[in-house]
Design a protein around this ligand. Structure first.
Ligand code: 5MM
Length: 343
């Protein structure tokens, strides 16, 4: 008998893993979307958040560079300016809609560490609802803060188990899980420290996935690059970031995983593109597809141009497509810094 759930998973992987394209993270929670809107002097209401999603998602030509979009729950029932539900709009372009399913972070201890366990309760039922609304993959993010006493072994263990449990439930419901263990860029830490923490985190995550019997072949890893803290002195070069990142991932990520899609995590748009590109020009062979799942690094310039104003819509969409195109080129090692002048 054919296992339908497994067939669904394999089909979705086929559609969201293609060389030269990536995944757009447009799953900012209300809190984060509000932060983005306030930064461009725009009030955050359900309607302005819809306009924000409309600006990004209806950018002409988006399907040339993006094959999956992670959405936030509120966006699933919102419509484009032309009155089409966003998941339907994307599906018509051949872009697979996905959904962020973690319910945000909460404090866990006195070390400024946070966990996302809330979203695991009733996850199966929620996935069935999201599936009816067109979603075929999901995303769960956990975070690790680098400081003198963090991340603790406790958070590394809890987060690994949460990611594995979430991934298992997704696969049981025919939804491809993206796991996002984000080692935060915030701080003064060195690239050595970033490497040490990422290694520890990823080893634990893959151990937990194995214990939970998650199928690695129908899973996507959205991970951080090995990078100096954003307030570090003598931050590592593009070359160093790319080499360390490639080296560590080859060491700890199983070859049967179909795709690694990086988060940008507070890197500037230019840095995020340059790092991804350099990873592809190192001359290394990777067993997995290596691409992007950026939010800020793709949307940031467009938001700045848009300023919440209709008259800026087309120029903002042009800015979004420009970044999407450069990142698409970066997944093939074909990005050049001079291209930044072309906009
Ligand atoms: C790390 O954040 C994810 C990737 O975005 P960047 O490329 O900007 O780092 C992103 O998908 C994030 O998980 C969502 O924006 C949701 O974040 P919140 O904080 O709203 O849950």
């Amino acid at each position: 008998m054919v296992n339908l759930t497994n067939e669904e998973l394999k089909q979705t992987i086929k559609e969201i893993v293609t060389v030269g394209k990536g995944i757009l993270a447009a799953d900012e929670s209300v809190k984060t979307a509000t932060k983005r809107l306030v930064a461009i002097n725009t009030e955050s209401t359900e309607e302005t958040r819809r306009q924000y999603r409309n600006m990004i998602l209806t950018s002409p030509g988006i399907e040339k560079y993006i094959l999956g979009v992670i959405l936030f729950e509120e966006t699933l029932s919102q419509k484009s300016n032309d009155g089409v539900l966003f998941p339907e709009f994307l599906a018509k372009l051949g872009i697979v809609p996905g959904i962020k399913v973690d319910k945000g972070l909460e404090d866990i201890n006195d070390k400024d560490e946070q966990i996302t366990t809330k979203g695991l309760e009733g996850l199966g039922e929620r996935l069935e609802e999201y599936k009816k609304m067109g979603c075929r993959f999901a995303k769960w993010r956990v975070v690790y803060l680098i400081s003198k006493n963090t991340p603790s072994d406790e958070i590394i263990e809890i987060n690994a188990q949460d990611l594995a449990r979430y991934a298992k439930v997704c696969q049981e419901h025919g939804i491809v899980p993206i796991i996002e263990p984000e080692v935060l860029i915030d701080g003064t830490h060195s690239i050595d420290k970033s490497e040490e923490v990422n290694e520890k985190v990823l080893i634990k995550v893959f151990e937990a996935l194995e214990e939970e019997e998650v199928d690695i072949k129908t899973l996507i890893l959205k991970t951080s690059m090995i990078i100096s803290g954003n307030q570090a002195n003598n931050r590592a070069s593009v070359d160093e970031v790319a080499k360390r990142t490639a080296q560590l991932l080859k060491k700890v990520v199983p070859p049967e995983l179909p795709s690694i899609n990086f988060l940008s995590g507070g890197q500037t748009p230019l840095e995020a593109t340059a790092h991804l590109n350099r990873i592809h020009t190192l001359g290394k062979e990777f067993p997995w597809n290596v691409s992007f799942s950026y939010a800020r690094a793709l949307q940031g310039p467009a938001l700045k141009v848009w300023q919440g104003k209709d008259e800026n819509l087309l120029a903002a969409q042009k800015a979004f497509i420009f970044r999407a195109k450069l990142n698409s080129l970066a997944t093939k090692g074909k990005y050049k810094e001079e291209m930044e002048e072309e906009v």
